[in-house]
Write a protein that binds this ligand. Structure first.
Ligand code: LAN
Length: 747
C-alpha cells in the first residue's frame, strides 16, 4: 500500500465527464455546487495541512501522483479474484501474473466516467500566469489552494535556490523570477529564507531584466517591468490580408492562441496599479534602481541560462520596424485590430467552454476578459470557474497542469494496451467504461464560428482531453479510432460508435495529411518553414508552424491500415495513397543510425517505437515496398539493441529532446524500456534473450499491488519543456507485457 499522509485525505478529486476538479474537504460531490461553496475551513487548520505536503526527496522531483492514487486505491483495492490463465513455464506464468496484477491495479485508477485522471504538471511557467490573472482581477484562490501552491513552489526550488523551466530543469531566469514572484503574490514574506536565497540567484545572474520575453510580458502586466522594454506584438498584423505567409492564421495554433491575447494586453498596456507589494517587488528582482533602467535596451536582453533559440536577423529587423511604429501608430487602426482580437478571444472562449486551448492562453484570456468585460461580467466568471480545471494536487503540492488533462489520450492508450492480449478480456467492465468515455469524447458538431476563426473541420475527430476543450488533434483522432476499433474487435461491448462515425474519423485523418506526406498536430502546415525565423520566444524551438511529426504520422498511418481491414471498401484508393505517402515520410525521417527523433515524449525510444510500429504493420499488410520497410525496421532494431543498458533495459534522459542527441540515463527507465520492447516485438526481432531481459526489468520494477514506480519525467513539447504523464508508468509496461504474452504465451 502507499505511504499515506493524513492530510492527503482532505483533498478529493471530483470528476464529471472528463472534467477534473480538486476539492478541499468537499461538502458536495458535484462540481458546480462545490465551486460555489469552497473554503469553509479555518486558515490555521489549512496551513497545518499543507505542511504534510513537504516533499523530501528532490532526487526525483517528479510527483508519483500519490494523492490521487491513494484515494483511488487504498480504500478499495482487492487482488484479482478471477482465474489467471495457466502458462507453460514459470517465466511465462510470471508475465501472466504481472499483467493481471498490473491491469487490476490500473483499473482502480479509472474514474467513474471511464477515464484515468493523472498528474499533467511539469512546466513551471504556467501557475505564475494564473496567479497573475487572479491578482490583477482581485479574485484570490481559496486559502487551501494557496497553501498548496506555496508548497509546490517551495518543493521545486533547486539546490542552487533557483527554479527551472520545468520541475527537472536546471535553474533559469524565467523559472526563478516567475516562481519568486508567485510566492510573493501568495503572501510569502520577502525575508523568508528560501526567497532571500532565490533573490541572490536572480541578482547574481544579472537580475530580472534578462528574463525571456514571455517573462517580460508577465512582469509588465504585473507592473514590475516597463512595457517599453517589450518588443512590439504589432496587433495590426491581425488585419493583414490572409494570403500573406506571415498572417497569424497560419501559425501553429498554440502560438497563435497565445500571441493573440498577449497582443491585446500589449495594445492596452494592461498593468496592475502600483501598490506596496509591486513597489517592493521592483526593488527585489533587479540589480538597478527600477526608475533608472533603460527599458528599450532590455527588449532583447536574455540571461544566458535561458537562451535556447537565438533571434534571427529577420526578427530583429522586424522588431525595429514594429517598435518604431508604436511611436507613430494610427489610433483608428489600433482600435480596429484590438476589436478584432477581442472578438477572436470571445470566440475561442465560447468554442472551448472557457477552457481554452491550453494553460497559457487560459491565463492570458482571463486577463483580457477581465479588462474588457469586467470582474462581474458573466464571461469573466465563466473563466474563473475553469481555472480550477487546470489545477492538480499531488504530494508535491498544487500545480497548474499543462492542459485541462490528458483524458482521451490516456484512455485510448490504456484501452489499446489492455486489449493487446486476451488478458484484457478479464476486465470487461474497465474496457466498457473506457469505451463509453471514448465514445462520448468524439466530436460530433462544428461551432458556428469555426471557419471564421480558422479552425480545422472537426466532425468525427477526437481531442487530447475532453470534448468541451474541443480542439481536434490529428493523432488523438487516430488513437481514438484505433482504440474504438480494438474494443469493437474484442467483442466485449455492443458498438456504440456506428460505421458512419468511424468513417467521419477516417475523413478527418485524411483531411489532416500534409503535402510532405506526414501529419502534424492540430492543423495542416499552413506556412513555409522560413516563418520559424520570426520565432520570438527564445526558449522554445519550432513553434511557428504546425510541422509533420514522426509520431503523429505513424499514429495516423496505423489507424488507416486498421480501417482497411475492418472497412476495406471505404475510400480505399485514397487510403492506400495516403498511407504510402505517410510511410515514405516516416522512412525519410529515420536517421542514419536507425532511430527517429520524438517531439512529444523522451525521445528517440518513443518515436522509434512509433516508426517501427507503423512500418511493421504496413509490412504485415503487404503495403509499400517490402524491402524498404524491412531495411528501416532492421536499422531501428539495431539502434535499439545498441542502446541496451547492462540490466537489459533502456533509459533515456530529457536532454535527448533539447540536444537532439541520444542521452543515456544512469539507470533503466520503465517507460523507455517498454517503448523499446514494443518496437522490438512489433518487428518480431529474433533474439529472444534481448526481449526477455527487457521484460525482466519490467517485472522486477513492479510493486506488490501491481503499480510501477514513477521515474524521470517522460513528456516534452517544443524541444525544451518537459511534462509529466503520470499514467505512462502503468500503460506502457502493461502494453509491453501484453504483447509478450500475446506473442509467446497466449495460444
Ligand atoms: C500537447 C500534448 C499532447 C501532444 C500529443 C498528442 C502527444 C502529440 O502527439 C501532438 C501534440 C500534443 C497535442 C501537444 C501539443 C503541445 C501541448 C498542447 C502539449 C504538449 C500539452 C501542453 C502543450 C502546450 C503548447 C503548453 C503550453 C505552452 C506553450 C508553448 C503555448
Amino acid at each position: 500500500m502507499l505511504h499515506v499522509k493524513p492530510s492527503w485525505k482532505s483533498w478529493q478529486l471530483l470528476t464529471e465527464q472528463g472534467r477534473q476538479i480538486w476539492a478541499f474537504k468537499p461538502g458536495s460531490n458535484t462540481i458546480d455546487t462545490h465551486l460555489q461553496n469552497a473554503d469553509q475551513i479555518s486558515d490555521e487548520e489549512i496551513a497545518r495541512f499543507a505542511e504534510d505536503f513537504h516533499f523530501d526527496s528532490l532526487l526525483n522531483p517528479n510527483s508519483a501522483d500519490q494523492v490521487y492514487r491513494h484515494a483511488a486505491i487504498n480504500a478499495k483495492y482487492r487482488e484479482f479474484a478471477g482465474k489467471i490463465p495457466e502458462a507453460k513455464t514459470p517465466e511465462e506464468q510470471n508475465v501472466a501474473d504481472a499483467l493481471v496484477k498490473g491491469i487490476n491495479y490500473f483499473s482502480y485508477l479509472q474514474s467513474k466516467d471511464g477515464h484515468w485522471p493523472g498528474d499533467y504538471g511539469g512546466p513551471l511557467f504556467l501557475l505564475p500566469g494564473l496567479l497573475i490573472a487572479s491578482y490583477i482581477s482581485d479574485v484570490p484562490f481559496p486559502m487551501a489552494h494557496r497553501e498548496m501552491m506555496k508548497r509546490y513552489l517551495f518543493n521545486h526550488q533547486n539546490t542552487d535556490a533557483g527554479w527551472g523551466m520545468h520541475i527537472e530543469g536546471e535553474s533559469t531566469m524565467f523559472g526563478t523570477v516567475m516562481q519568486y514572484v508567485s510566492l510573493r503574490l501568495l503572501g510569502v514574506d520577502k525575508n523568508h529564507d528560501q526567497l532571500v536565497k532565490a533573490r541572490t540567484w536572480i541578482k547574481s545572474h544579472g537580475g530580472a531584466t534578462g528574463i525571456p520575453s514571455w517573462g517580460k510580458f508577465y512582469l509588465a502586466v504585473l507592473n514590475c517591468y516597463d512595457w517599453q522594454g517589450f518588443n512590439s506584438l504589432f496587433p495590426e498584423m491581425w488585419l493583414f490580408p490572409k494570403w500573406l505567409p506571415v498572417h497569424p492564421w497560419r501559425y501553429w495554433c498554440h502560438t497563435r492562441m497565445v500571441y493573440l491575447p498577449m497582443a491585446y494586453c500589449y495594445a492596452q498596456r494592461i498593468k496592475v496599479p502600483e501598490n506596496p507589494l509591486i513597489l517592493s517587488l521592483r526593488e527585489e528582482i533587479y540589480n538597478e534602481d527600477f526608475a533608472s533602467i533603460d527599458w528599450p535596451k532590455q527588449r532583447d536582453a536574455v540571461c544566458e541560462k535561458d537562451c535556447y533559440t537565438t533571434p534571427s536577423p529577420v526578427l530583429k529587423w522586424m522588431n525595429f520596424f514594429t517598435n518604431n511604429y508604436e511611436k507613430f501608430k494610427c489610433n483608428w487602426l489600433r482600435k480596429k485590430s484590438t476589436d478584432y482580437i477581442l472578438k477572436y478571444i470571445d470566440a475561442e472562449d465560447q468554442q472551448t467552454d472557457y477552457i481554452n486551448i491550453g494553460p497559457v492562453n487560459k491565463a492570458i484570456n482571463s486577463i483580457c476578459i477581465w479588462h474588457a468585460h469586467g470582474k462581474d461580467s458573466a464571461p469573466f466568471k465563466q473563466h474563473v470557474a475553469r481555472w480550477y480545471d487546470y489545477l492538480w494536487v499531488a504530494e508535491d503540492g498544487m500545480k497548474m497542469n499543462g492542459y485541462n488533462g490528458s483524458q482521451l489520450w490516456d484512455a485510448a492508450f490504456a484501452t489499446r494496451a489492455m486489449l493487446e492480449s486476451d488478458i484484457g478480456k478479464l476486465f470487461p467492465e474497465t474496457i466498457a467504461k473506457s469505451y463509453r468515455f471514448i465514445e462520448r469524447s468524439q466530436i460530433q458538431a462544428e461551432h458556428a464560428t469555426h471557419a471564421e476563426f480558422f479552425r480545422h473541420p472537426m466532425i468525427g475527430s477526437w481531442p487530447f482531453s475532453t470534448p468541451e476543450n474541443g480542439w481536434p488533434v490529428a493523432d488523438c483522432t487516430a488513437e481514438g479510432l484505433s482504440a474504438a476499433l480494438a474494443v469493437h474487435h474484442s467483442g466485449l461491448v455492443e458498438p456504440a460508435i456506428d460505421q458512419s462515425r468511424i468513417q467521419r474519423a477516417v475523413d478527418v485523418i485524411l483531411s489532416y495529411q500534409n503535402s510532405d506526406g506526414g501529419w502534424a498536430t492540430y492543423e495542416l502546415t499552413r506556412a513555409p518553414k522560413w516563418l520559424e525565423k520570426l520565432n520570438p520566444s527564445e526558449v522554445f524551438a519550432d513553434i511557428m508552424i504546425d510541422y509533420s511529426w514522426t509520431e503523429c504520422t505513424a499514429a495516423c498511418v496505423i489507424a488507416l491500415l486498421e480501417i482497411q481491414e475492418t472497412d476495406p471498401a471505404y475510400r480505399s484508393s485514397e487510403i492506400r495513397q495516403a498511407t504510402s505517402a505517410g510511410l515514405r515520410f516516416i522512412l525519410k525521417q529515420q536517421r542514419l543510425d536507425g532511430s527517429w527523433y520524438g517531439g512529444w515524449a523522451v525521445c528517440f525510444t518513443y518515436a522509434t517505437w512509433f516508426g517501427v510500429e507503423a512500418l511493421s504493420k504496413a509490412r504485415a499488410r503487404g503495403y509499400y515496398d517490402d524491402s524498404a520497410l524491412a531495411a528501416g525496421i532492421n536499422k531501428a532494431c539495431a539502434f535499439l539493441v545498441g542502446k541496451r543498458k547492462a540490466d537489459g533495459g533502456w533509459g533515456e534522459t530529457f536532454k535527448s529532446c533539447s540536444t537532439l542527441v541520444y542521452s543515456e540515463a544512469p539507470t533503466s527507465q520503465l517507460v523507455n524500456t517498454a517503448w523499446a520492447l514494443l518496437a522490438l516485438m512489433a518487428a518480431e526481432f529474433s533474439e529472444r534473450d534481448v526481449i526477455e531481459a527487457g521484460i525482466d526489468v519490467l517485472l522486477h520494477k513492479q510493486s506488490d499491488i501491481g503499480d510501477w514506480p514513477q521515474e524521470s519525467i517522460s513528456g516534452v513539447f517544443n524541444y525544451n519543456c518537459m511534462i509529466t504523464y503520470a499514467n505512462y508508468r502503468n500503460i506502457f509496461p502493461i502494453w509491453a507485457l501484453g504483447r509478450y504474452y500475446r506473442q509467446h504465451v497466449q495460444g
